[in-house]
Design a binder for this molecule. Structure first.
Ligand code: DAK
Length: 257
């Protein structure tokens, strides 16, 4: 795997760092393929219970690499399935992914953060969909995930005016789960990720699947899905262990079964 993406194992957490600081982590195929390959590795590793995706202190990612795509024509974008082919690996992993965002998360960078299950933002984070300035539009979910997260008014504002939203506004609007002092961002995110990874992996996967269902179904269908998955959780050894441990006033020892 190339060094524009670094992947490391920290206990039960897989950490992925986007590493193109000279271009504010602009996303080209090498970066996106590298992220997808790291996710493949972590998905296959039974020991990993949560994934963290981050950039550096200046940028999570300042968007798709403009130099890389500026000469694309329609046929090239269509035939190579630009975006769908490799970007969506973040969306398809069954393990939870936390985006730890400091600095710029713009265009495809904001869209990539939104593909993750939640975003923890440094107080330096700035989110935006400035594609309109480049004579194009968001193409990796910006017009779809952003309104679901922050509502139509702010989504229209960001996509149509290209303005950036700071971390506090993003938290208030519902885009961001937590705002954290920049120098604590990775530590705090890793702590949360280790906590998630310490729970039963099948239960964590069921919760992720069920919350995501809320965005794909009516309320009643979603509730039915949740109820069925909840019932199935009684088939888990980890449910027996978790409830027995509570009653016996001890820490549970989950075995992911
Ligand atoms: N791509 C390539 N290089 C980038 C970049 C980007 N997105 N963003 C920054 N860089 C590079 C700069 O060119 C500069 O490189 P050098 O000149 O040093 O070689 C270096 O990173 C540092 O940037 P600046 O000198 O500009 O730094 P500043 O602090 O002054 O400004 C900035 C930071 C983030 C405000 C500024 O760099 C900026 O406006 N960057 C572009 C942000 C942007 O427009 N992002 C959206 C990209 S478009 C599509 C699907 C999806 C998309 C498009 C089409 N289809 C299906 C067709 C997605 C599009 C995008 O994401």
């Amino acid at each position: 795997m190339s060094n524009v993406v670094i992947h490391e194992v920290h206990g039960k957490v897989g950490l992925i760092r986007i590493n193109r600081p000279e271009s504010l982590n602009a996303l080209n195929n090498e970066v996106v393929d590298g992220i997808a390959a790291a996710i493949d590795i972590f998905e296959a590793d039974e020991n990993i219970g949560c994934i963290v995706l981050t950039g550096n202190e200046k940028a999570f990612a300042a968007g798709a690499d403009i130099g890389f795509m500026k000469d694309f024509d329609y046929m090239h974008a269509y035939k190579t399935d630009f975006i769908t082919r490799n970007w969506e690996r973040i969306k398809t992993t069954r393990k939870p992914v936390i985006a730890a965002v400091a600095g710029f998360a713009l265009g495809g960078g904001c869209e990539m953060a939104m593909m993750c299950d939640m975003i923890f933002a440094a107080d330096t984070a700035r989110f935006g969909q400035p594609e309109v300035r480049l004579g194009t539009m968001p193409g990796a979910g910006g017009t779809q995930r952003l309104p679901r997260a922050v509502g139509k008014a702010k989504a229209m504002d960001l996509c149509l005016t290209a303005r950036m939203m700071d971390a506090l506004e993003a938290e208030k609007a519902g885009l961001v789960a937590r705002v954290i002092a920049a120098d604590q961002l990775l530590d705090e995110t890793m702590k949360a990720a280790q906590a998630i990874a310490g729970y039963s992996l099948p239960v964590v996967m069921m919760i992720k699947e069920s919350v995501n269902r809320a965005f794909e179904s009516s309320l009643n269908e979603g509730l039915l899905f949740e109820r069925r998955v909840f019932h199935s959780a009684f088939a888990l050894e980890d449910q027996k262990e978790g409830m027995a441990a509570f009653v016996e006033k001890r820490k549970p020892a989950f075995t992911n079964r």
